[in-house]
Each structure stands twice: as structure tokens, then as C-alpha cells.
Write a protein that binds this ligand. Structure first.
Ligand code: SAM
Length: 271
């Protein structure tokens, strides 16, 4: 059944036009009136206000889970649906794991965002570091982040995730580490883990085994934040700065993994 991210307050019986991205997707799939679809709304583009004004009615709506829906009209540029039953189902990993990653260049970051979203990452922080090949600022950075956010949405539509991870605006590592020191940072109580090839890094598996059985995390609570380097790795000074900011160096084994492989392997172990 086709699934669409519809970041609005949804309520059974409500009629609404799908947002532009979802409508385009429905048109590509050549959906017809009467076709059944699934909608989910939990994610970074959520806007209760936009939905409250739908149909001129106030829909209190539900955030999270998923809704049955039926296509009632396929226009040239709009797709109208009726919202059906709500199902309080989530397919999130037990632990909310956030990823801060030195952005790999070319399409490797797209690949990373897609696979991390499938694995249930809670959020992705793209970082510029000393050795980053990909350097993004201003409008170019904003466009890339919007693109990666749409990659994350498409991945959730495909894999059954009902919570789209937020792709944060690009920061440089120094700025980001400074923000980690903020006591109001959402990740303040999370384990801070630096993926590192330096001697003395603790095998990530050991760390996880020590914690089993893992407690079920509240879906919005940050359990761990991984910091991983770009193609050329983090410099020794950058790793030192991360450790000074409370990150523990962890290892994924003796092999040097590509930047995107390392981040995904860490997620797969912990999520
Ligand atoms: N020559 C670079 C270096 O020595 O740092 C290699 C960097 S590696 C391609 C990119 C990033 O992936 C690293 O900065 C690290 O965060 C992570 N990484 C790769 N292999 C890893 C491993 N076996 N254990 C932990 N982290 C790893």
C-alpha cells in the first residue's frame, strides 16, 4: 500500500489535499479515485496550524502512528483524500540514536541519509570538518539540507517508518561541539560516542553488551549521539575536542570503514 508523509494534523473523516511532494508522488504512481493509501504525519515539517485551517474546520488531529486514507480526486496538481481510521503503530528502534557526521561528498551523503533513515536514526546533523571535501554554506547548504530531508521522507515512506528524522542545518564541527555543551541541548543526557580509529577506543559491541538488556527509550528521548568523520577522518585535534566535550572514543573493529559505512554500522549495532 503506498505510504505518504503528510505533515498535518489528521483526523478520521477529514478531507484534504495532499501536500505538494506527496501529491507528485501519488501522480507518479498513477493512483486513481478509490485507491487506498496510508498517511503518517510525525516529522520535521509537521504543521498543526496548516491542518487546522483545512476545510475551514478545526481538526484537532493526532500526531504519530498512521492513518488509512482513500483517494477521492486526482487533479492536475492536487490529490484529494478522505482520512480513515488511525492506527497507533510505530516501527521505531528501541533507542533514539542521533548521528552527527562529517558529510561525505558526491552522492554518498544521499546514500547515508537514506540508509540511516531506514535503520531508524532519530536525527542527522551534517557537519563540515577540517578535512571535509564537501563544503556548503548559505543557499547551497539550505538546498542540500532540503534535498536530504526529502530523501529521509522517501525512505520512511518506503520502509514503514512513521517518524521522519530531522536533517539539521549544516554546521561546522566547532560550532556543533559548542552547542553540545549547552545544558538545554536535547542530547544532554545521551551517551556521546565518537567513532574513532585511535588506539584505546572501546569496541562498540562491548559497550552495548554491557548495557543489555537495553531499556526501552521514550521515542523522543536521545539515547546516544554518534559523531563520525568524513572521508579523510577527523583530525587528532578535532577528536581531542570531541573527547573534551564528553565523547567516548568507540571502535567498530580493525578495518578502516568508509565514512558512510562507519556511521551506518554504528547505527545498526545500537538502534
Ligand atoms: N584515514 C582516516 C583516518 O585515519 O581517520 C580514515 C577515516 S574513515 C574513512 C572516516 C570515519 O569513519 C572516521 O573518522 C571514523 O569516524 C569512522 N570509522 C571508520 N572506520 C572505523 C572503525 N573501524 N572504527 C571506528 N570508526 C571508524
Amino acid at each position: 500500500m503506498p505510504r505518504f508523509y503528510c505533515p498535518a494534523a489528521l483526523a478520521t473523516g477529514q478531507k484534504l489535499d495532499l501536500p505538494a511532494g506527496a501529491a507528485r508522488h501519488a501522480q507518479v504512481l498513477r493512483l486513481q479515485p478509490g485507491d487506498a493509501i496510508t498517511l503518517f504525519n510525525h516529522g520535521p515539517l509537521w504543521s498543526a496550524h496548516a491542518a487546522d485551517t483545512a476545510e475551514g474546520t478545526t481538526h484537532r488531529g493526532v500526531l504519530g502512528g498512521e492513518f488509512d486514507a482513500t483517494v477521492i480526486e486526482m487533479g492536475r496538481s492536487h490529490v484529494r483524500v478522505t482520512v480513515g481510521a488511525h492506527h497507533a503503530v510505530e516501527r521505531e528502534p528501541r533507542r533514539a540514536v542521533h548521528l552527527a557526521v562529517g558529510m561525505p561528498a558526491n552522492d554518498r551523503m544521499d546514500w547515508l541519509v537514506e540508509k540511516a533513515s531506514e535503520l531508524g536514526v532519530a536525527s542527522i546533523q551534517p557537519l563540515m570538518t577540517e578535512r571535509s571535501v564537501l563544503r556548503l554554506v548559505g543557499e547551497r547548504a539550505d538546498k542540500k539540507v532540503a534535498h536530504w530531508q526529502s530523501v529521509a521522507i522517501a525512505a520512511c515512506e518506503q520502509c514503514g517508518g512513521n517518524r521522519v528524522p530531522t536533517v539539521h542545518p549544516v554546521l561546522n564541527l566547532v560550532q556543533w561541539l559548542k552547542a553540545q555543551g549547552d545544558t538545554t541541548a536535547p542530547s544532554r543526557s545521551a551517551q556521546r560516542l565518537l567513532l574513532s580509529l585511535r588506539n584505546g577506543s572501546v569496541p562498540l559491541r562491548n559497550l552495548v553488551q554491557m548495557q543489555e538488556p537495553a531499556p526501552q527509550c521514550a521515542p523522543d528521548a536521545a539515547f546516544a549521539v554518534f559523531l563520525s568523520g568524513p572521508e579523510g577522518g577527523l583530525s587528532a585535534q578535532e577528536e581531542d575536542a570531541a573527547i573534551a566535550a564528553g565523547f567516548a572514543a568507540v571502535s567498530l573493529g580493525a578495518r578502516v570503514l568508509r565514512a558512510e559505512t562507519a556511521a551506518l554500522a554504528a547505527l545498526a549495532v545500537l538502534a
